[in-house]
Write a protein that binds this ligand. Sequence first.
Ligand code: PMP
Ligand code: GLN
Length: 385
Amino acid sequence: MKNFPGTIMTKLPNMGTSIFAVMSKLANEHNAINLSQGFPDFQISAELIDLVNYYMKKGYNQYAPMPGVPILRQIISAKTEKIYGVSYDPDREINITAGATEAIYAAISAFVRDNDEVIVFEPAYDAYVPAVQLNGGMVKYARLEYPDYHINWDEVPRLISQNTRMIIINTPHNPTGSILKPDDLKRLERLVRGRDIVILSDEVYEHLIYDGKRHEGICHYPELASRSFVIGSFGKTFHATGWKVGYVLAPENLMAEFRKAHQFVVFAVNTPIQYAIAEFLQNDKNWLGLPDFYQQKRDYFVDLMKNSRFRIIHSYGTYFQLMDYSAISEEKDTDFAARLTREFGVASIPVSVFYHKKDDNRVLRFCFAKENHTLEKAAEILCRI
Ligand code: PMP
Ligand code: GLN
């Protein structure tokens, strides 16, 4: 095909291909162990697969209702109430989305107008900034302080202006594995009080939290919840990242705006998987064990790495482990990650890509949502470097 002969006025001039696509491709090309893109390498529940099959055969194969199938919204409402003690109306305050990614995009496009400002903490998951920019918004960058990646609350108030429309938070945090503490949520609550600022809280790793800590989700803070979109993903909770089913919780007036956008981004999410998840979610055992399950993976991986020259940066949540390689090399993290993949056969994600100015602390992100033998093979290689 000949290229478009006209001039393309790109809306995302500085945007390359997502680092996850880049590193997974490099891993495949070099037959490397892929600890880069975050996805489990083990099977999902056979029961869940059977349930999808069951609902497909039963004929649940046409469009779902625009907000999601009612039974799934009811179950999410009950689960949220049970965990957080807060009530979201299944009809008016819960919406099923095509993964958390769609929830993030639809919430941002419903609220962010030309020249609105959105505060994003860096390092930041890669889906936030382009969504703001595609909708004409301006990103104000706040920094999570290295090496423990805490919020600097002296800095954030200075970023607020008349144009601040939204603040995006993410806990447990991708890529760093840090988590917000009660004081962070209280500071946020005070900061936005009396202002027309909406919070987008990306909580896709709500169940991947370790060391006996409580997930400080927005739902624990009613004042914040009344101005927030809380976003979840079944990709993380049921090890099924390829299914792309997530959800969003918000008070009715925010949700009404969200749905105006959502209905034209995807309209509705695939039907049989929603029914299957609804049934599977009813058994608490199918998700209550997640913190223990992943904490064991984290601890196993960290233990395997104890004699390496990589320095572990403690991961409190998510299925990511950051490691500082400054004792090994002075290379840029993007170069080192590429070389590690090509020459040593282990793929990771360089953390500088999550900063707009590519801040480089010589830190790589490794995904430990893997079979033990995968972690053993990777650690054996990494310990030799
Ligand atoms: N937010 C964060 C912080 C994530 O890590 C991910 C995916 N890994 C998403 C959103 C997107 O989730 P989904 O795959 O459900 O779209
Ligand atoms: N969220 C996953 C990660 O952080 C990847 C998502 C994607 O590939 N876009 O690795």
